[in-house]
Write a protein that binds this ligand. Structure first.
Ligand SMILES: Nc1nc2c(ncn2[C@@H]2O[C@H](COP(=O)(O)OP(=O)(O)O)[C@@H](O)[C@H]2O)c(=O)[nH]1
Ligand SMILES: [Mg+2]
Length: 325
Protein backbone atom coordinates (compact mmCIF):
# COMPACT_ATOMS: atom_id res chain seq x y z
CA UNK A 1 0.00 0.00 0.00
CA UNK A 2 1.33 3.41 -0.99
CA UNK A 3 0.84 5.54 2.12
CA UNK A 4 1.78 8.83 0.46
CA UNK A 5 -0.87 8.24 -2.18
CA UNK A 6 -3.44 7.19 0.39
CA UNK A 7 -2.77 10.37 2.38
CA UNK A 8 -3.23 12.50 -0.74
CA UNK A 9 -6.53 10.83 -1.55
CA UNK A 10 -7.81 11.25 2.00
CA UNK A 11 -6.96 14.94 1.89
CA UNK A 12 -8.71 15.17 -1.48
CA UNK A 13 -11.85 13.89 0.27
CA UNK A 14 -11.95 10.52 -1.53
CA UNK A 15 -14.46 8.50 0.52
CA UNK A 16 -13.16 5.08 -0.49
CA UNK A 17 -9.65 6.13 0.47
CA UNK A 18 -10.99 7.40 3.80
CA UNK A 19 -12.75 4.08 4.44
CA UNK A 20 -9.52 2.21 3.60
CA UNK A 21 -7.53 4.51 5.87
CA UNK A 22 -9.95 3.90 8.76
CA UNK A 23 -9.60 0.14 8.20
CA UNK A 24 -5.83 0.56 8.31
CA UNK A 25 -5.84 2.45 11.61
CA UNK A 26 -8.20 -0.13 13.09
CA UNK A 27 -5.85 -2.98 12.23
CA UNK A 28 -3.79 -4.53 14.98
CA UNK A 29 -1.08 -5.94 12.70
CA UNK A 30 2.35 -4.57 13.57
CA UNK A 31 3.14 -3.59 9.96
CA UNK A 32 -0.21 -1.82 9.76
CA UNK A 33 0.58 0.11 12.95
CA UNK A 34 3.79 1.35 11.32
CA UNK A 35 1.87 2.36 8.18
CA UNK A 36 -0.72 4.11 10.34
CA UNK A 37 2.01 6.10 12.05
CA UNK A 38 3.31 7.23 8.66
CA UNK A 39 -0.18 8.05 7.42
CA UNK A 40 -1.07 10.11 10.49
CA UNK A 41 2.23 11.95 10.22
CA UNK A 42 1.49 12.85 6.59
CA UNK A 43 -2.02 14.06 7.45
CA UNK A 44 -0.91 16.13 10.40
CA UNK A 45 -0.16 19.14 8.23
CA UNK A 46 -3.41 19.03 6.27
CA UNK A 47 -4.40 22.17 8.15
CA UNK A 48 -8.03 21.27 8.54
CA UNK A 49 -10.04 21.66 11.70
CA UNK A 50 -13.39 20.06 12.32
CA UNK A 51 -15.62 20.56 15.31
CA UNK A 52 -15.30 17.27 17.16
CA UNK A 53 -18.38 16.49 19.21
CA UNK A 54 -18.64 13.64 21.71
CA UNK A 55 -22.16 12.36 22.25
CA UNK A 56 -23.04 10.08 25.12
CA UNK A 57 -26.22 8.63 26.52
CA UNK A 58 -27.66 5.40 27.82
CA UNK A 59 -29.25 2.95 25.37
CA UNK A 60 -32.72 4.05 24.31
CA UNK A 61 -32.24 7.74 25.04
CA UNK A 62 -32.31 8.48 21.31
CA UNK A 63 -28.67 8.83 20.23
CA UNK A 64 -29.14 7.22 16.84
CA UNK A 65 -32.34 9.14 16.14
CA UNK A 66 -30.67 12.36 17.26
CA UNK A 67 -27.57 11.77 15.12
CA UNK A 68 -29.78 11.16 12.09
CA UNK A 69 -31.86 14.34 12.62
CA UNK A 70 -28.98 16.52 13.75
CA UNK A 71 -26.70 15.18 11.01
CA UNK A 72 -29.33 15.82 8.33
CA UNK A 73 -29.81 19.34 9.61
CA UNK A 74 -26.06 19.98 9.38
CA UNK A 75 -25.69 18.53 5.89
CA UNK A 76 -28.73 20.61 4.93
CA UNK A 77 -26.65 23.65 5.90
CA UNK A 78 -23.94 22.43 3.53
CA UNK A 79 -21.72 20.96 6.24
CA UNK A 80 -19.98 17.61 5.88
CA UNK A 81 -20.61 15.28 8.81
CA UNK A 82 -18.73 12.18 9.95
CA UNK A 83 -20.13 9.82 12.57
CA UNK A 84 -17.93 7.41 14.52
CA UNK A 85 -18.52 5.29 17.58
CA UNK A 86 -16.55 4.25 20.62
CA UNK A 87 -18.20 1.18 21.98
CA UNK A 88 -16.19 -1.28 24.04
CA UNK A 89 -19.01 -3.80 23.85
CA UNK A 90 -19.07 -3.78 20.07
CA UNK A 91 -17.15 -7.05 19.76
CA UNK A 92 -20.45 -8.79 20.28
CA UNK A 93 -23.00 -6.40 18.85
CA UNK A 94 -20.93 -5.47 15.81
CA UNK A 95 -20.94 -1.79 16.66
CA UNK A 96 -23.55 0.44 18.17
CA UNK A 97 -23.97 2.40 14.98
CA UNK A 98 -24.06 -0.57 12.66
CA UNK A 99 -26.80 -2.21 14.69
CA UNK A 100 -28.75 1.04 14.44
CA UNK A 101 -28.16 1.88 10.83
CA UNK A 102 -31.86 1.58 10.17
CA UNK A 103 -32.32 4.65 12.38
CA UNK A 104 -29.79 6.51 10.26
CA UNK A 105 -31.13 5.53 6.91
CA UNK A 106 -31.27 9.02 5.47
CA UNK A 107 -27.93 10.10 6.85
CA UNK A 108 -26.15 6.96 5.67
CA UNK A 109 -27.30 7.70 2.12
CA UNK A 110 -26.33 11.37 2.29
CA UNK A 111 -23.22 12.07 0.17
CA UNK A 112 -22.20 14.74 2.68
CA UNK A 113 -22.09 12.19 5.51
CA UNK A 114 -19.71 9.40 6.46
CA UNK A 115 -20.81 6.82 9.02
CA UNK A 116 -18.47 4.30 10.51
CA UNK A 117 -19.33 1.75 13.19
CA UNK A 118 -17.04 1.04 16.09
CA UNK A 119 -14.25 -1.46 15.37
CA UNK A 120 -15.02 -4.90 16.71
CA UNK A 121 -12.79 -5.11 19.73
CA UNK A 122 -13.48 -5.72 23.35
CA UNK A 123 -10.80 -3.56 24.92
CA UNK A 124 -11.75 0.04 25.48
CA UNK A 125 -8.13 1.21 25.22
CA UNK A 126 -7.67 -0.32 21.79
CA UNK A 127 -10.99 0.97 20.48
CA UNK A 128 -10.26 4.42 21.84
CA UNK A 129 -6.82 4.84 20.28
CA UNK A 130 -8.09 3.77 16.90
CA UNK A 131 -11.18 5.94 17.12
CA UNK A 132 -9.01 8.90 17.96
CA UNK A 133 -7.05 8.32 14.78
CA UNK A 134 -10.27 7.83 12.79
CA UNK A 135 -11.43 11.23 14.07
CA UNK A 136 -8.20 12.80 12.81
CA UNK A 137 -8.66 11.05 9.45
CA UNK A 138 -12.16 12.46 9.02
CA UNK A 139 -10.86 15.87 9.94
CA UNK A 140 -8.07 15.65 7.38
CA UNK A 141 -10.63 14.50 4.79
CA UNK A 142 -12.41 17.83 5.19
CA UNK A 143 -15.39 16.95 7.36
CA UNK A 144 -16.69 19.99 9.20
CA UNK A 145 -18.26 18.12 12.08
CA UNK A 146 -17.14 14.79 13.52
CA UNK A 147 -19.62 13.18 15.90
CA UNK A 148 -18.27 10.50 18.20
CA UNK A 149 -21.03 8.44 19.77
CA UNK A 150 -20.61 6.37 22.89
CA UNK A 151 -22.92 4.36 25.07
CA UNK A 152 -22.90 5.59 28.61
CA UNK A 153 -21.02 2.84 30.36
CA UNK A 154 -18.74 4.94 32.54
CA UNK A 155 -15.18 4.85 31.27
CA UNK A 156 -15.95 5.28 27.59
CA UNK A 157 -17.16 8.85 28.16
CA UNK A 158 -13.78 9.78 29.55
CA UNK A 159 -11.90 8.57 26.48
CA UNK A 160 -14.39 10.20 24.13
CA UNK A 161 -13.90 13.48 25.99
CA UNK A 162 -10.15 13.04 25.34
CA UNK A 163 -10.70 13.08 21.58
CA UNK A 164 -13.38 15.74 21.19
CA UNK A 165 -13.74 19.51 21.55
CA UNK A 166 -17.20 19.38 23.02
CA UNK A 167 -19.02 16.82 25.12
CA UNK A 168 -22.78 16.48 24.79
CA UNK A 169 -24.84 14.37 27.15
CA UNK A 170 -28.16 13.17 25.82
CA UNK A 171 -30.76 12.42 28.49
CA UNK A 172 -34.34 11.22 28.55
CA UNK A 173 -37.16 13.00 30.37
CA UNK A 174 -37.33 11.60 33.89
CA UNK A 175 -38.63 12.18 37.37
CA UNK A 176 -36.58 13.99 39.99
CA UNK A 177 -35.00 10.96 41.67
CA UNK A 178 -33.59 9.72 38.42
CA UNK A 179 -31.42 12.80 38.24
CA UNK A 180 -29.22 10.97 40.71
CA UNK A 181 -28.67 8.29 38.08
CA UNK A 182 -26.20 10.47 36.18
CA UNK A 183 -22.80 10.16 37.78
CA UNK A 184 -21.25 13.35 39.00
CA UNK A 185 -18.12 12.71 36.94
CA UNK A 186 -20.18 12.54 33.76
CA UNK A 187 -22.07 15.72 34.67
CA UNK A 188 -18.76 17.48 35.22
CA UNK A 189 -17.63 16.46 31.76
CA UNK A 190 -20.71 17.77 29.96
CA UNK A 191 -20.57 21.01 27.99
CA UNK A 192 -24.15 20.66 26.93
CA UNK A 193 -26.99 18.53 28.26
CA UNK A 194 -29.78 17.81 25.80
CA UNK A 195 -32.98 16.40 27.19
CA UNK A 196 -34.42 14.50 24.24
CA UNK A 197 -38.00 13.41 23.52
CA UNK A 198 -39.44 16.82 24.39
CA UNK A 199 -42.54 16.06 22.37
CA UNK A 200 -46.07 14.73 22.80
CA UNK A 201 -46.86 13.35 26.24
CA UNK A 202 -43.24 13.69 27.35
CA UNK A 203 -42.90 17.39 26.59
CA UNK A 204 -43.72 18.65 30.08
CA UNK A 205 -41.57 16.08 31.83
CA UNK A 206 -38.73 17.03 29.50
CA UNK A 207 -39.11 20.70 30.38
CA UNK A 208 -38.99 19.88 34.08
CA UNK A 209 -36.02 17.55 33.62
CA UNK A 210 -34.18 20.29 31.77
CA UNK A 211 -34.73 22.71 34.63
CA UNK A 212 -33.53 20.09 37.14
CA UNK A 213 -30.32 19.54 35.24
CA UNK A 214 -29.77 23.23 34.63
CA UNK A 215 -29.94 23.61 38.41
CA UNK A 216 -27.57 20.72 38.97
CA UNK A 217 -25.09 22.17 36.46
CA UNK A 218 -25.08 25.50 38.28
CA UNK A 219 -24.00 23.74 41.45
CA UNK A 220 -20.86 22.37 39.81
CA UNK A 221 -17.50 24.08 40.08
CA UNK A 222 -16.98 26.79 37.46
CA UNK A 223 -14.56 25.63 34.75
CA UNK A 224 -12.12 28.01 33.04
CA UNK A 225 -13.14 26.69 29.60
CA UNK A 226 -16.72 27.90 30.00
CA UNK A 227 -18.15 31.32 29.16
CA UNK A 228 -20.99 32.77 31.24
CA UNK A 229 -24.06 30.54 31.18
CA UNK A 230 -22.24 27.29 30.35
CA UNK A 231 -22.54 24.34 30.64
CA UNK A 232 -26.11 24.54 29.40
CA UNK A 233 -29.14 22.27 29.47
CA UNK A 234 -31.67 22.39 26.63
CA UNK A 235 -34.59 20.33 25.37
CA UNK A 236 -34.73 18.74 21.92
CA UNK A 237 -36.90 16.32 20.02
CA UNK A 238 -34.93 14.16 17.65
CA UNK A 239 -38.15 12.75 16.21
CA UNK A 240 -39.83 16.12 15.62
CA UNK A 241 -36.47 17.70 14.78
CA UNK A 242 -37.16 20.44 17.30
CA UNK A 243 -34.49 22.44 19.10
CA UNK A 244 -31.75 21.13 16.84
CA UNK A 245 -30.75 24.45 15.22
CA UNK A 246 -30.67 25.99 18.71
CA UNK A 247 -28.48 23.15 19.97
CA UNK A 248 -26.06 23.65 17.05
CA UNK A 249 -26.01 27.42 17.61
CA UNK A 250 -25.14 26.82 21.25
CA UNK A 251 -22.34 24.47 20.27
CA UNK A 252 -20.86 26.89 17.75
CA UNK A 253 -21.13 29.73 20.26
CA UNK A 254 -19.19 27.71 22.81
CA UNK A 255 -16.56 26.57 20.32
CA UNK A 256 -16.18 30.11 19.01
CA UNK A 257 -15.59 31.45 22.49
CA UNK A 258 -13.12 28.70 23.33
CA UNK A 259 -11.22 29.34 20.10
CA UNK A 260 -10.99 33.05 20.82
CA UNK A 261 -9.86 32.46 24.41
CA UNK A 262 -7.24 29.86 23.48
CA UNK A 263 -9.01 27.02 25.32
CA UNK A 264 -9.71 25.15 22.12
CA UNK A 265 -6.06 24.94 21.04
CA UNK A 266 -4.89 24.24 24.58
CA UNK A 267 -7.34 21.36 24.91
CA UNK A 268 -6.17 19.85 21.62
CA UNK A 269 -2.55 20.18 22.74
CA UNK A 270 -3.33 18.45 26.04
CA UNK A 271 -5.13 15.70 24.17
CA UNK A 272 -2.16 15.16 21.85
CA UNK A 273 0.04 14.83 24.94
CA UNK A 274 -2.39 12.31 26.44
CA UNK A 275 -2.52 10.11 23.33
CA UNK A 276 1.24 10.18 22.95
CA UNK A 277 1.63 8.86 26.48
CA UNK A 278 -1.10 6.29 25.93
CA UNK A 279 0.64 5.05 22.80
CA UNK A 280 4.01 4.69 24.54
CA UNK A 281 2.39 2.83 27.41
CA UNK A 282 0.43 0.59 25.14
CA UNK A 283 3.38 -0.33 22.92
CA UNK A 284 5.56 -1.09 25.94
CA UNK A 285 2.90 -3.37 27.41
CA UNK A 286 2.38 -5.03 24.04
CA UNK A 287 6.11 -5.78 23.86
CA UNK A 288 5.92 -7.51 27.21
CA UNK A 289 3.29 -9.76 25.69
CA UNK A 290 5.48 -11.00 22.83
CA UNK A 291 6.57 -14.66 23.18
CA UNK A 292 10.30 -13.88 23.49
CA UNK A 293 9.69 -11.26 26.14
CA UNK A 294 7.33 -13.55 28.04
CA UNK A 295 9.98 -16.27 28.11
CA UNK A 296 12.66 -13.85 29.31
CA UNK A 297 10.26 -12.52 31.90
CA UNK A 298 9.53 -16.03 33.20
CA UNK A 299 13.23 -16.93 33.32
CA UNK A 300 14.11 -13.75 35.20
CA UNK A 301 11.19 -14.28 37.58
CA UNK A 302 12.58 -17.76 38.38
CA UNK A 303 16.02 -16.32 39.06
CA UNK A 304 14.50 -13.71 41.36
CA UNK A 305 12.47 -16.37 43.14
CA UNK A 306 15.58 -18.47 43.70
CA UNK A 307 17.46 -15.52 45.11
CA UNK A 308 19.90 -15.38 42.19
CA UNK A 309 19.00 -11.79 41.32
CA UNK A 310 17.37 -8.89 43.11
CA UNK A 311 13.93 -7.85 41.72
CA UNK A 312 15.09 -4.35 40.80
CA UNK A 313 18.19 -5.57 38.95
CA UNK A 314 16.22 -8.23 37.11
CA UNK A 315 13.59 -5.63 36.14
CA UNK A 316 16.33 -3.39 34.82
CA UNK A 317 17.67 -6.23 32.71
CA UNK A 318 14.20 -6.98 31.39
CA UNK A 319 13.48 -3.38 30.44
CA UNK A 320 16.84 -2.99 28.74
CA UNK A 321 16.15 -6.09 26.67
CA UNK A 322 12.80 -4.56 25.61
CA UNK A 323 14.51 -1.39 24.53
CA UNK A 324 16.71 -3.41 22.18
CA UNK A 325 13.75 -5.38 20.81
N1 LIG B 1 -40.88 10.54 21.49
C1 LIG B 1 -39.62 10.47 21.07
N2 LIG B 1 -39.03 9.29 20.93
C2 LIG B 1 -37.75 9.27 20.50
C3 LIG B 1 -37.01 10.44 20.21
N3 LIG B 1 -35.77 10.10 19.83
C4 LIG B 1 -35.72 8.75 19.87
N4 LIG B 1 -36.90 8.24 20.27
C5 LIG B 1 -37.27 6.83 20.39
O1 LIG B 1 -36.49 6.22 21.41
C6 LIG B 1 -36.14 4.90 21.06
C7 LIG B 1 -34.63 4.71 21.10
O2 LIG B 1 -34.03 5.52 20.13
P1 LIG B 1 -32.55 5.27 19.59
O3 LIG B 1 -32.21 6.40 18.67
O4 LIG B 1 -32.41 3.90 19.03
O5 LIG B 1 -31.71 5.36 20.95
P2 LIG B 1 -30.19 4.97 21.24
O6 LIG B 1 -30.19 3.60 21.82
O7 LIG B 1 -29.71 5.98 22.23
O8 LIG B 1 -29.42 5.04 19.95
C8 LIG B 1 -36.73 4.65 19.68
O9 LIG B 1 -37.94 4.00 19.82
C9 LIG B 1 -36.93 6.05 19.15
O10 LIG B 1 -37.96 6.13 18.20
C10 LIG B 1 -37.69 11.70 20.36
O11 LIG B 1 -37.16 12.78 20.13
N5 LIG B 1 -38.98 11.65 20.81
MG1 LIG C 1 -28.22 3.75 19.00
Amino acid sequence: MDIAQLAEKVIAGDRRALARAVTLVESRRADHRAMTAELMERLRGAGREAVRIGLSGTPGVGKSTFIESFGMMLTGQGLRVAVLAVDPSSARSGGSILGDKTRMERLSRDPKAFIRPSPAQSQLGGVARRSREAVALCEAAGFDVVLVETVGVGQSETVVAEMTDLFVLLLAPAGGDELQGVKRGIMEMADLILVNKADGALRETATRTRADYAGALRLLRKRPQDPEGFPKAMTVSAVEEAGLPEAWETMTELVGWRRAQGHFARNRADQARYWFREEVRHVLLARLDEPDAKARMAALADRVAQGEAAPAAAAQEMLESLGKG
